[in-house]
Design a protein around this ligand. Structure first.
Ligand code: FAD
Length: 388
């Protein structure tokens, strides 16, 4: 009998959101383990009593969207505090939202580094905010965070929860409370821990437990960011994001979690109250070159919170189409899955460098140069035609 969520949907559709675990009444009946492909997924143990409760926590089975506002508001914005912008991936909107909660003794959930991997956790102090700032481009292990959210709400606290769209959809199946505000990220998908582990081991001869990465070091600018790999606070290497081998595999969609290729939570209406992303392709008149966020306000609750923090922000109105142009992951975007199968087939036989050369090589620099010149000429010609 297929009475558990994972048996119903199968591993290919499972996002690893931890919704099933948080809705399971038997401690130890579901364990999350890393699959060979490098993603945390649920495994049933002998303690499972086949009650089927996990299906109610699975957002692939049970869709709960409580945010049905018709008029989506879209903004380009950034924090007025330059330090916050510097320490954030884009415009620092997450930190401004979080500050509002922490200053009032309330709780903020987000993702932080722990033993070389990413975990979700709740914080209540401003000093802890630094740990949650910035995007970590690996799967965040939610563990029992959704239940902890419930506990804080029942104790009379307000909670802000930030996560990927699938994590927010999972949280919605478990908690619905007026004092909970959810924020999802425009999401490219989650890359594999196995690929990351192999890269770290072969390049730096290190166990991932001893490494953390600042994926969004802005020393050379927001759009031209670097990845800084650190070993016990010492920088091992700083790579431009366009040149780092592992990041190229992420950006070319080579080793994402399978359901990310056709994500059903990257859609409209959104599952969250507010959506945050990098405003790639932002028009110059509404841009901060230190970091610009694109923000969509998806619900009344989201609007109320955004209005509360607006005096700390520079906010510019933009059209949905303008935001979507540089951020296709905002809406129903399908990632390119053509390299994935070949990559995993060769995974154990080739070194990371050889996998990269074979499956996601850098474009030939002459062809790349010619393409850029052609694109420049095309833009100029179109501008002249439009102006005529
Ligand atoms: C895996 C991933 C993919 C993304 N893909 C895109 C994209 O394709 N296009 C785009 O425009 N934006 C993308 N983003 C969002 C973007 O990078 C910024 O997170 C967003 O703009 C918020 O930035 P900020 O300056 O407001 O705050 P920041 O301080 O950068 O806030 C980051 C927030 O994300 C949370 N977070 C960090 N890592 C994770 C994680 N692994 N899982 C869940 N939550 C996490 C943190 O707790 C924090 O709340 C992605 C983020 C992640 C984590």
């Amino acid at each position: 009998m297929n009475n558990s969520a994972i048996e119903v949907i199968g591993y290919d559709k499972c996002t690893g959101c931890y919704g099933c675990l948080n809705n399971c009444p038997v401690k130890g009946a579901i364990e999350f383990n890393k699959t060979e492909e490098g993603f945390y997924k649920p495994f049933l143990t002998e303690k499972c009593i086949q009650c089927g409760m996990c299906k109610k926590g699975c957002p692939v089975i049970k869709k709960v969207n409580s945010n049905l506002e018709e008029n989506l508001e879209v903004y380009s914005c950034w924090s007025k505090d330059e330090e916050i912008v510097k320490n954030s991936s884009s415009g620092g909107i997450f930190s401004e939202l979080a500050k509002e909660y922490l200053a009032n003794g309330d709780i903020v959930f987000g993702a932080k580094w722990q033993d070389g991997e990413i975990v979700h956790c709740g914080i209540s102090k401003l000093e802890e905010l630094k740990e949650l700032q910035k995007s970590k481009y690996l799967q965040s292990k939610v563990e029992t965070s959704y239940l902890e959210v419930k506990k804080h709400l029942n104790a009379g606290k307000r909670v802000l929860f930030v996560g990927t769209p699938c994590q927010i959809a999972a949280l919605n199946t478990i908690v619905n409370h007026e004092n909970l505000v959810t924020v999802d990220l425009i999401c490219h998908g989650i890359p594999s821990y196995s690929a990351y582990e192999k890269y770290i081991r072969e390049n730096f001869n290190l166990n991932i437990k001893n490494v953390t990465v600042d994926f969004r070091n802005k020393d050379t600018g927001w759009e031209n960011y670097n990845l800084t790999f650190k070993n016990k606070d010492q920088i091992i290497i700083k790579n431009n994001h366009r040149k780092d081998l592992w990041f190229r595999g992420f950006l070319t969609d080579t080793y994402l979690n399978k359901p990310c290729y056709n994500c059903e939570f990257r859609t409209l209406p959104r599952f969250s109250d507010i959506t945050l992303g990098d405003f790639w392709g932002v028009p110059v008149e509404v841009k901060n070159s230190a970091g610009t966020s694109v923000v969509t306000i998806n619900s009344k609750k989201g609007k109320e919170l955004f209005v509360k923090i607006s005096s700390n922000l520079e906010v510019k109105d933009v059209k949905w189409e303008t935001a979507l142009k540089g951020n296709p992951c905002l809406y129903n975007y399908k990632m390119d899955s053509s390299r994935r199968e070949g990559f995993y087939k060769d995974f154990s036989d080739l070194s990371f460098e050889d996998l990269q050369k074979k499956h996601f090589p850098f474009p030939n620099k002459y062809i790349f140069f010619i393409r850029r010149v052609l694109s420049f000429v095309k833009t100029r010609v179109l501008r002249v035609i439009r102006g005529a």
